[in-house]
Design a binder for this molecule. Structure first.
Ligand SMILES: CC(=O)N[C@H]1[C@@H](OP(=O)(O)OP(=O)(O)OC[C@H]2O[C@@H](n3ccc(=O)[nH]c3=O)[C@H](O)[C@@H]2O)O[C@H](CO)[C@@H](O)[C@@H]1O
Ligand SMILES: C=C(OP(=O)(O)O)C(=O)O
Length: 421
């Protein structure tokens, strides 16, 4: 297994390119199951999760061509489809569950293994099951698989979710595009990746209103057609790289970054003493003073502070002046980076879903282990600012969500290399 070696150093400077969003691409790709015409995605990120989704869709009967080194994905589902999403692929990634809604809509039945993914919480499927059941699906769990069927196709209905789940919103919206009549989802998630999915579905001929609000209305159509769609910018990669100059000092421009994608995150950075300026090229980030100031953070569904930036923000706050309180409200087990940061000299207390970070002057390099995707990158960020060398092991999680991370960070002056293992 590969490791990443980071040497703490001075300020960072230059430009860093932000890729298309993993979490948008992982819901846009299954949308190809909804049509027998080709769907082309441009600005796709080059990630292992995209390869996993490619393998999954191919196993279901999709033809996929990866062009321009993976930046363009053309997909077509014109032949017979296999309704069974096998455990061996699905277990690798939570987002595999996003084939359930499209398969049900297109075929009227599907058998999808319960998904795997990062061990950040239990992550059940009940909200997906409830949402699709509201559209007339009959779903039961047998042998670790969700067996779903419909009697004569999906039918439009009004459904209110107990919690604004991102994935359940995506499954409901995709399924409802081909359902008979009108469907309404109340308490829908509002994440930019959902807005991007809807933009693509509309290009494919879907009739949808209200994306980006908590009420999405879908008028079912008989069929969807082909389309070409650019994947929206990855706001989590953006936020992660914004933290590099915040932690190390210097000035970095995140190319293609937009304030509207990271508003609540940038507000917290401002309180911590980090300047973020939007310009024609992206977001330019620099530290205002010598030392970052403590700030309290609570994760929430969009437009609140994203849970996917909590670990990286904790890395920043480890060396802040004062004490920061972090509250994780989305996942019940998402502080696994805290003991690893402690190995580097951080002073962190974790009590259930709350963490108290007492800022220290400096972190020190250490051997640490990445436990999940965002934890991995938080340890790299911490290593960039620490005295000496840090070796982050088990970085396969990292490759799920960050393309060419060593190359991108070296490009702004970081000392980082991959040790093949
Ligand atoms: C591929 C993708 O887009 N992943 C993102 C998506 O994950 P994902 O779509 O899995 O996240 P959800 O919004 O569904 O999950 C949020 C919370 O709801 C719970 N829940 C979810 C579904 C369900 O049926 N029952 C249930 O209880 C989960 O355990 C979790 O505690 O949104 C998360 C929250 O912003 C992000 O961290 C992930 O990066
Ligand atoms: C938790 C994440 O991804 P997934 O939902 O694919 O596990 C993430 O992107 O931080």
């Amino acid at each position: 297994m590969d490791s990443i070696l980071v040497k703490g150093g001075g300020p960072l400077s230059g430009d860093i390119e932000i890729a298309g969003a993993k979490n948008a691409c992982l819901t846009l790709m299954p949308a190809t199951l909804l049509s027998d015409e080709p769907l082309t995605l441009t600005n796709a990120p080059r990630l292992s999760d995209i390869k996993t989704m490619t393998a999954l869709l191919e196993s279901l009967g999709a033809e996929i061509n990866s062009l321009q080194d993976g930046k363009v994905q053309t997909m077509s589902c014109h032949g017979d489809l296999n309704p069974i999403a096998d455990y061996e692929i699905v277990r690798k990634m939570r987002a595999s569950n996003l084939v359930l809604g499209p398969l049900l809509a297109r075929l009227g039945h599907a058998v999808v293994s319960l998904p795997g993914g990062c061990a950040i919480g239990a992550r059940p499927m009940d909200l997906h099951v409830d949402a699709l059941t509201a559209l007339g699906a009959e779903i039961e769990l047998r042998d670790g698989y969700l067996h779903a069927k419909t009697q004569g196709g999906l039918k439009g209905n009004v459904h209110k979710m107990r919690f604004a789940s991102v994935g359940a919103t995506e499954n409901f919206v995709m399924a409802a595009t081909l359902a008979k009549g009108t469907s309404v989802l109340e308490n829908a998630a509002r994440e930019p990746e959902i807005v991007d999915l809807v933009a693509c579905l509309k290009k494919m001929g879907a009739q949808i209103e209200g994306e980006g609000t908590s009420r999405i209305e879908i008028q079912g159509v008989d069929r969807l057609h082909g389309a070409t769609h650019p994947v929206v910018t990855d706001r989590i990669e953006l936020g992660t790289f914004m933290l590099a100059p915040a932690i190390c000092g210097g000035e970095v421009t995140c190319l293609g970054g937009k304030m509207s994608l990271v508003e609540s995150f940038a507000e917290k950075l401002d309180v911590a003493g980090i300047s973020v300026v939007e310009n024609a090229r992206g977001l330019t980030v620099s530290r205002k003073g010598d030392r970052v100031q403590a700030v309290d953070v609570k994760t929430e569904p969009f437009p609140g502070f994203p849970t996917d930036l909590q670990a990286q923000m904790m890395a920043l706050l480890c060396t802040a002046e004062g004490t920061s309180n972090l509250e994780e409200t989305i996942f019940e087990n998402r502080f696994m980076h805290a003991p690893e940061l402690t190995r580097m000299g951080a002073n962190i207390e974790v009590h259930g879903g709350k963490a108290i970070v007492h800022g220290v002057e400096r972190l020190k390099g250490a051997q640490v282990m990445a436990t999940d995707l965002r934890a991995s990158v938080s340890l790299i960020l911490a290593g960039l600012a620490a005295e000496g060398e840090t070796v982050v092991s088990r970085v396969y999680h990292l490759d799920r969500g960050y393309e060419f991370v060593e190359k991108k960070l070296s490009g702004i002056g970081a000392h980082i290399e991959r040790i093949k293992g």
